[in-house]
Structure formats: C-alpha cells, structure tokens
Ligand binder design. Structure first.
Ligand code: ADP
Ligand code: ADP
Length: 233
C-alpha cells in the first residue's frame, strides 16, 4: 500500500550535504502496524515525514494506493494529506484551544463540513478515545496520556487511512504507554488503519508491530516480520 522506490533525502546545511536517507526500497502492507526502529539520527523521522510529504524527497518515487505522491500538485497534496493522520511525541496541541477545538481543527481547516457535522464527529471521537468528560478542558489540565488521546482523536478526525506515529509514547510512563498502545491496536483493528510508528524502544515494536524496519545511518539494515527480525538481532 505504501511503497518507497529509491526514495532518498539529502539536507543541505550551510552548503554541506547530509544524507538522512539513502535510496531505499520499502513496502508497508495495508492494515498493518509497521515499526521503524533505530538510534537517534538514523533517519526514522525523515522516512516518516516523507510519507505525508512534510519532507520533500530528493529523488525516487513514493506510491500510496497506486498513486505516486511525489507527482501531486498542491491541491492533490492537500487532498492526500487528509488521508494521513499524524501523532507526535510532545502531542503538538494548541494550548489556547479546548480539547474539542483541538480535535475539530483539521476538519475546520479542510473547510468541507458544517458546524453540526464537526460537532457530531468530535463527540464520536471523544467517545472513541475515552475523553467524553473532558471536551471543554484545556491541554494543560490533562495528563500526558490524555493529551496523547486528544492527539489521536485529532489525527483521526479526517478519517485517514494511514496514521503516522512519531515517538508517540516516548514522553509517557510505562503504564500510560501500554494504554496508548492498546488504543492504537484497537484503532488498527477496528478502523482498519495502516499505522507506521517510529520508536527507539524495542518493547514498543514487540508489543504492537506486525513488521519492522531497522534503520542505521540512513539505511534500512533489516526488514521483516517482527518475530523474524528480532530472532536475529
Ligand atoms: P531519527 O528520526 O532517526 O532521529 P532524523 O530523520 O531526524 O533521524 O535525522 C536523520 C539525519 O538527518 C540526522 O543527521 C539529522 O540531523 C538530519 N536532519 C534531519 N532533519 C533535518 C533538517 N530539517 N535539516 C538538516 N538535517 C536534518
Ligand atoms: P525528533 O528527533 O524528536 O523528531 P529533532 O529534534 O531531531 O526531533 O528534530 C526537530 C526538527 O528539526 C525536525 O523538523 C527536524 O527535521 C529538524 N532537524 C533535525 N536535525 C536537524 C539538523 N541537523 N539541522 C536542521 N534541522 C534539523
């Protein structure tokens, strides 16, 4: 479903080229939970951000559901991005906005829905992530786990087919991490979403991922079903 063909990414920093991702081949099957693991600086964020084009590739093709998204024009890209949700290590919530308004943000920006439709969608998402009693609160009034639930609800608001998770549990304690991972598993199974998740914790991959790619210095050094890859560390 998501296919990298010779995709690579080089950043220019003060005239110096830094290759964050060397040309790589990668297929992420539809409906799976796909883990990207590796040390800091391995290229995980770059690879993830190429999927929703927060980063522009330096070359290669990226196919999502049969469309080469490197060829999309601005309007096509806007449309494509509605199908790709993202959650972050530090949640990236707007502190001046309520939980409900944070969740509604992507739908309001899309400009294709009435206020009534948005209200109904937000109520449904609040129930899905177990925050129905917190709609009117502000992010500062929530625990870390609750903030990430808001992040997840916001990411799901446009009914994406893909959910990108950038160290989504790295700022959370072990118990809260488990709860958030359980919620992600539920979303994967019930909504049939494809999840791509970055982590530096092998435990996280072990718990939830179907397949994993191990990254090092901008290369994918191992790839396969989790049980197989972790048998040969
Ligand atoms: P990871 O997510 O595995 O920590 P990154 O993809 O963030 O790895 O980074 C890979 C390499 O690319 C690192 O050397 C990093 O410093 C560099 N890099 C990442 N983003 C940028 C950027 N916007 N500009 C310049 N260099 C970057
Ligand atoms: P994280 O690893 O938590 O994703 P980073 O601190 O690596 O975040 O990167 C934060 C932002 O800075 C990202 O947008 C990334 O692309 C950019 N970045 C990372 N490394 C560099 C770098 N060497 N030069 C410029 N920008 C960078």
């Amino acid at each position: 479903m998501i296919q990298f063909q010779n995709i690579h990414k080089t950043y220019l920093v003060k005239g110096q080229a830094i290759t964050a991702l060397h040309p790589c081949q990668l297929s992420i099957p539809r409906g799976q939970i796909y883990g990207l693991i590796g040390h800091s600086g391995a290229g995980k964020s770059t690879l993830l951000r190429l999927i929703n084009r927060l980063e522009t590739p330096s070359g290669g093709q990226l196919w999502v559901d049969g469309v080469d998204v490197t060829q999309l024009d601005a309007a096509g890209l806007r449309q494509f991005r509605q199908g790709v949700g993202m959650i972050f290590q530090h949640f990236n919530l707007l502190s001046s906005q309520t939980v409900a308004d944070n969740i509604a943000m992507p739908l309001r920006l899309a400009g294709q829905h009435s206020a009534k439709e948005i209200e109904a969608k937000v109520a449904q998402l609040l129930r899905r992530v177990g925050l129905e009693d917190h709609a009117k609160k502000y992010p500062a009034q929530l625990s870390g786990g609750q903030k990430q639930r808001v992040g997840i609800a916001r990411a799901l608001s446009t009914d994406p087919k893909i959910l990108l998770c950038d160290e989504a549990t790295s700022a959370l304690d072990p118990e809260t991490t488990q709860q958030v991972l359980d919620l992600l598993l539920e979303i994967n199974q019930e909504l049939k979403l494809t999840l791509v998740l970055i982590t530096h914790e092998m435990e996280v991959v072990r718990k939830v991922a179907d397949r994993v790619a191990v990254m090092d210095k901008g290369h994918i050094v191992e790839e396969g079903p989790v049980a197989q890859v972790f048998l040969h560390p």
